[in-house]
Design a protein. Structure first.
Ligand code: FE2
Length: 219
């Protein structure tokens, strides 16, 4: 990696810490999504440049949350309909933030469409199936897996097998069935391999703040 690329990656990583620091519950979320997305991209046999693009997209997928008030991101209890509408703006806000950086153009699809569901029920555009860009379908899986395997206000992190069962349950609804099957198989295989490369599931987060007891899921 040339020095300039390294500097750019370090800058993005620093930016990511700012994103995650605003959300009491998802500390480290972007970094983990980045690792899971890279893992799935490599498993798919994508070329190294595309895999690196997924790594960066994972780091920046939620950058638009910088435009969502912190009181909403960390609100105890369920969000109101209006608050959830504000949260739903974050993919488009992120897209608008990243768009001026010409070198990051390959990340735009993943940032804009990481909440699209395979069955068309997601946002912002209600895209479905293979109409959703591949990078965004990968991001959806990485994002979901991290959500299942970290503590949330409404439940503890799931055990590995339970998380995989949930992943299978979402296959064809939230996530692309072919990619989900590949991810689940790969992560199981990886876990059974001493020194496997995938980040380990069941990550328990320490809450930074004692304020509030619960927040609605916002990722
Ligand atoms: Fe998101």
């Amino acid at each position: 990696m040339i020095a300039l690329e390294r500097t750019a990656l370090e800058t993005v990583t620093a930016f990511t810490r700012v994103i995650d620091a605003r959300d009491n519950y998802t500390g480290g979320h972007s970094a983990r999504v980045s690792r899971f997305a890279r893992f799935l991209g490599a498993e798919l046999g994508l070329d190294p440049e595309q895999v690196q693009m997924l790594e960066w997209a994972g780091l920046l997928h939620d950058v638009g949350k910088l435009g969502v008030p912190e009181r909403i991101l960390n609100k105890p209890g369920r969000l109101t309909r209006e608050e959830f509408e504000q949260v739903k703006h974050h993919p488009r806000l992120g897209f608008e933030m990243v768009r001026p950086v010409t070198g990051l153009a390959p990340l735009l699809d993943a940032v804009l469409h990481h909440h699209e569901n395979y069955d068309g029920s997601g946002y912002p555009d209600g895209l479905a199936g293979e109409g959703i860009p591949l990078s965004a379908r990968i991001m959806r899986i990485a994002d979901l897996y991290d959500a299942l395997t970290t503590d949330r206000p409404y439940r503890k992190a799931m055990a590995f097998e339970q998380a995989l069962a949930e992943m299978r349950g979402e296959s064809g609804q939230a996530t692309d069935p072919t990619l989900t099957a590949l991810f689940v198989d790969a992560i199981q295989r990886d876990r059974a391999t001493p020194g496997g490369t995938a980040p380990r599931a069941r990550i328990h987060l320490q809450r930074r703040s004692t304020a509030g007891t619960a927040v609605a899921p916002t990722e």
